[in-house]
Write a protein of this length. Structure first.
Lengths: 249, 233, 366
């Protein structure tokens, strides 16, 4: 009985043929890339399969031989990491979109603050914690740390952090009201109804948040290059903008 | 020799503290639940059994999220704890202990149940005839004979706690010195380019700890087994 | 010191409906396996509940379905020796013995650990664990443990059933000593006739969940209407005898009872010692004339007081030998050939070989 069920379930699996284009993309790009994939599928025959995860995890997988065709990272560092190991096709590398960093609070909160040098974030936190993605290794966390350091308030909050596994987890902490404040991407804040944006971090307070993409070194599927081109096209860029991303430059 | 850096020492100390408290706090409840599920017929017994086993079946992140909903400051249990005892577990090592306790609970209950089921109920009847009521019989006959299972359950829960990651990080995040237990620290280092060396060191520490716990349990189990061996023939 | 019991309970397809009273000494509840004996003492102990009925020990009501009284087992002050010793494996012998003491502090009793240890010979076993003891040793500890819980009555459920005859020999004297000291009544369940014959003063005979007879052991076992209940092969009678002579030359002992004498293979007890002996009905032959030139040593003169037959080849006679009653089994053919009838004077030939002390309920050791 169990064997019958198992074999039947196999029949329902989408037959992923070897011709499918495999894209590794940072988790924060999910909605935008899914939309782009849908558009691409309407005009072309090939299927695009996307694996979403943390940029660090994806980079490590590619380093260990994962059969990806295209890599879209949430920060430059992990792309540089692969470039240094000659794992990407450097000529194909391009920045697809940008993002902004925002300070968020639970939707019901009335917290108000303007972000500038030395801004009193500590006071606004009170006894609560600041939810951010882990600044040790998650790009969103690193950008947040950079911004807080540049604005001179990092020492005042370093002991009051709640470092989450990824930026979405940080979002949940604020959405649940567990943390009175959080720092996430603007795109994440727009997608979550249970939080509101208190203010946006000045673009010069942190390294530019860019989403580089590149084809993986070595032979890739025929349509991979076309998909990358579609992302760079006007239509692709409009899709990114729709979800709150900023243009790459 | 193998000297610990401050980061390692902090993670190790925190892991030990969390694991010990998780086991200590959940053991009495574990014994009670195991006893109720084994010996008492009550309505909803299978539902309780299902609930106890949920953490085994659900993805740890889901369990962690459920804990966040329940024990967060705005959750029903968390709010009650804060109002009644001024205790906050969100983002604290106590929250990590709760996460460990919940994840290890089904293993503990299973081990205790196994041992409890093998206790000869005729011995309990004999104790009754000698004047011991139900409570005393439990304490002087049933409990000592269940000790091997209780010990196994405690060790299992302890070991599970040392490896617990998904629920912990989802519930109380990864705060150094507060909730960055060994598994969290190992995970962090594997995510940093060039941190594999450090991660490996921490892994070795975790393995050594688990082996020590397992060895201790083996010795204790053998000692207890000899003492409570029912006669053969 | 008495037990009053009247209970009813359905156990599956089996209906238990038993009533009896008994007093001091050792009362055996006897019957075939499945007759309901263990259920009855489990009800006295409180381990199972009757559907209806009343149980009282020493005037204290332990169970009464009409008055809704049901004393829990731990309050009933009964001592129970089970068929399988049920010693606590995680405690030493000493701790096992004192287990009941711990919960019964308030009741004063004259049994002390020392006296029980002496009575049952437990001294060398005290520091050991149950798993290291032999079957007989374990049962002795179990008896001691039950005694030290200061019970008002001692229940024993086939305590010798799981032991071989050598082990039984270890324990029987201890139970006899308990009975003779007479401090608390003993209810002893068994399906082994030789145990019952040796140990019991009173007998409660159970069959198919009902009490078929109660009374003194000798009386019940001699009744003609009962042999089918105790098993054809086992039918017989019991005589109380006294040793009145020892023949060194031929290694024979003379036993006297009101009604005659018997000579049996040597029994190593002093003159004047009182014993009980069993005469199997199958071992008794009948002669209408005084027998001559016979190897059988024991010939008793008596009178037929009853003859019973059934569908098989046998007839059973009750004979009055003086005031004693014994049973003899012969074939219907012989009965007809000899023309045996009620009131007839006959001679009962008791084969000496059948009086082997080991098979009979005779004490061999002091």
């Amino acid at each position: 009985m169990l064997v019958a069920l198992a074999t039947m379930s196999l029949a329902f699996l989408p037959a992923s043929s070897k011709a499918d284009i495999l894209v590794f993309a940072a988790a924060s790009l999910k909605e935008a890339i899914d939309a782009a994939v849908a558009d691409f599928g309407k005009s072309r025959g090939e299927r695009v399969v996307v694996s979403y995860a943390a940029s660090s995890a994806l980079a490590k997988q590619i380093e260990n031989g994962a059969p990806a065709d295209l890599f879209i990272s949430a920060d430059l560092e992990w792309m540089d990491y692969l470039a240094a190991r000659n794992l990407i096709d450097a000529s194909s590398r391009a920045n697809l979109a940008g993002n902004r960093l925002v300070l968020i609070a639970p939707a019901a909160s009335t917290a108000a603050m303007t972000i500038g040098p030395g801004f009193a974030i500590d006071g606004l936190l009170g006894r609560g914690r600041l939810a951010i993605a882990d600044p040790e290794h998650v790009p969103a966390g690193r950008y947040a740390r950079a911004a807080l350091e540049r604005l001179g308030v990092w020492p005042s909050v370093v002991r009051k952090l709640a470092p989450a596994e990824n930026v979405r987890a940080a979002l949940i902490f604020v959405a649940r009201g567990e943390a009175p404040l959080g720092i996430v991407y603007r795109t994440d804040a727009l997608a979550e109804k249970a939080v509101r944006i208190v203010d946006t971090f000045p673009a010069d307070s942190h390294p530019p948040i860019l989403y580089p993409a590149a084809l993986i070194a070595g032979p890739v599927k025929p349509g991979a290059g076309a998909f990358l081109a579609s992302l760079k096209s006007a239509k692709g860029q409009a899709t990114f903008a729709r979800f709150g991303f900023t243009p790459a430059e | 020799m193998f000297e610990l850096t401050p980061v390692e020492a902090e993670a190790l100390a925190l892991s030990l503290r969390v694991a010990c408290w998780a086991v200590a706090a959940s053991l009495p409840l574990g014994i009670f639940v195991a006893f109720a599920l084994t010996r008492i017929e009550f309505p909803g017994r299978s539902i309780v059994s299902g609930l106890v086993h949920l953490p085994l079946v659900l993805p740890p992140v889901v369990t962690g999220y459920a804990l966040l909903l329940l024990f967060g400051r705005h959750g029903p249990l968390g709010a009650w704890l804060e109002a009644s005892f001024d205790v906050v577990v969100a983002f604290r090592w106590t929250g990590a202990a709760i996460a460990s306790a919940v994840m290890g609970f089904p293993l503990m209950v299973r081990a205790i149940r196994l041992s409890l089921e093998s206790v000869d109920r005729r011995l309990e009847a004999a104790a009754h005839t000698l004047g011991a009521n139900r409570v005393w019989t439990f304490l002087t006959v049933t409990l000592p004979l269940t000790l091997p299972g209780i010990l196994a359950g405690a060790i299992l829960a302890f070991a599970k706690s040392l490896g617990e990651f998904g629920a912990t990080i989802t519930f109380v995040s990864n705060i150094p010195g507060e909730t960055r237990t060994l598994p969290n620290a190992i995970y962090t280092f594997t995510q940093v380019p060039g941190g594999e060396q450090e991660a490996l060191r921490l892994c070795l520490i975790a393995v050594a700890l688990s082996m020590a716990a397992l060895l201790a349990s083996e010795i204790m189990a053998r000692f207890l087994g000899r003492r409570t061996q029912p006669d053969v023939g | 010191m008495s037990v009053e019991l009247s209970v009813r309970r359905r156990l599956g397809a089996f209906q238990l409906d038993a009533a009896f009273t008994c007093g001091a000494g050792l009362t055996a509840i006897f019957g075939r396996s499945g007759a309901g004996k263990t259920s009855v003492i489990n009800m006295i102990a409180g381990l199972i509940k009757p559907d209806r009925g009343r149980i009282a020990v020493d005037g204290r009501v332990l169970f009464d379905s009409d008055q809704r009284i049901d004393v829990p087992p731990h309050d009933r002050q009964i001592g129970y020796v089970f068929q399988e010793d049920r010693l606590f494996p995680h405690l030493s012998v000493r701790q096992n013995l004192l287990f009941g003491r711990w919960f019964n502090r308030r009741r004063v009793s004259s049994t002390s650990l020392e006296s029980v240890v002496a009575l049952l010979g437990l001294e060398p076993l005290l520091p050991r664990r149950p798993s290291t003891l032999s079957g007989g040793e374990k049962q002795r500890v179990a008896i001691g443990r039950a005694l030290l819980a200061r019970p008002r009555i001692l229940l024993m459920d086939e305590p010798l059933a799981s032991l071989d005859s050598a082990r039984k020999g270890e324990i029987m004297p201890a139970i006899e000593r308990l009975r003779d000291e007479g401090r608390i009544p003993i209810l002893y369940v068994s399906h082994a006739l030789d145990e019952v014959a040796r140990l019991a003063d009173t007998l409660v005979l159970m069959t198919d969940g009902r009490v078929a007879a109660t009374g003194r052991v000798d009386d019940v076992l001699s009744r003609l209407d009962l042999p089918p209940l105790t098993g054809r092969y086992e039918a017989g009678s019991i005589l109380r005898v006294r040793i009145t002579g020892q023949d060194e030359r031929f290694a024979l002992t003379t036993l006297t009872f009101p009604g005659g004498t018997l000579r049996v293979p040597r029994i190593d007890r002093p003159i004047g010692a009182e014993l009980r002996v069993r005469l199997h009905a199958r071992d008794i032959a009948i002669s209408t004339k005084p027998p001559e030139a016979l190897s059988v040593l024991n010939v008793l003169k008596g009178r037929i007081t009853g003859i019973a037959t059934d569908s098989g080849p046998f007839a059973e006679l009750t004979l009055a030998i003086g005031p004693a009653i014994i049973l003899a089994r012969i074939t219907k053919l012989s009965r007809e050939t000899l023309g045996l009838h009620d009131g007839q004077e006959v001679y009962a030939l008791v084969k000496s070989v059948a009086l082997d002390p080991r098979a009979e309920a005779v004490n061999e050791r002091g």
